[in-house]
Ligand binder design. Structure first.
Ligand SMILES: [Mg+2]
Length: 165
């Protein structure tokens, strides 16, 4: 069974540039790589789950999004970090599609694609909807935000993630 760290993308693994559509503008946080390396050494694998309303808004094409995700995979592979999967929800804020966080569709799909040890998997996000998504699915979480919500661990930066193994 795979132990997974589910990561939100924007504002969590990379800096939040609204409707990012250019792979050359991707910026990581100073502790993104070191945190992923640490988690890899604890036998975690990584799945990115990201809402991308820029697609229905016409601000990003699917090709641009794919090129951004290809670049993220390549950048991290240079540090021997593999991203197992990247799922995105190309729906706007008014959509009730289950894939759009806080809906749990992207988590459900991940659990269909892989055999995942839910008890030992985690979600990390910077938006309350990330944590709502994790809670809705019963996953433990780390929260890079300040909003008040139950059942999460508040962190100030990615490298604050700590796992008792
Ligand atoms: Mg985010």
């Amino acid at each position: 069974m795979k132990k997974i760290f589910f990561f939100d993308r924007d504002g969590t693994l990379i800096k939040n540039i609204p409707y990012l559509n250019d792979p050359n503008k991707i910026e990581y946080f100073p502790d993104t790589v070191q945190t992923l390396k640490k988690l890899k050494s604890l036998d975690f694998e990584f799945i990115i789950v990201t809402n991308q309303s820029g697609i229905p808004r016409g601000l990003i094409t699917t090709e641009q999004l794919n090129s951004i995700h290809k670049k993220i995979r390549e950048d991290l592979a240079a540090h021997e970090i593999e991203i197992l999967d990247i799922l995105y929800a190309p729906y706007g804020p008014k959509s009730t599609h289950s894939w759009r966080k806080p809906g749990t569709g992207m988590l459900e799909e991940s659990f269909k694609r892989y055999t995942i040890d839910k008890e030992n998997s985690y979600f990390v996000g910077d938006n309350i909807t990330d944590i709502q998504c994790a809670n809705n699915y019963g996953l433990k979480s780390f929260f890079l935000g300040k909003d008040k919500i139950e059942k999460t661990i508040y962190i100030d930066k990615l490298s604050d993630i700590s796992i008792n193994v």
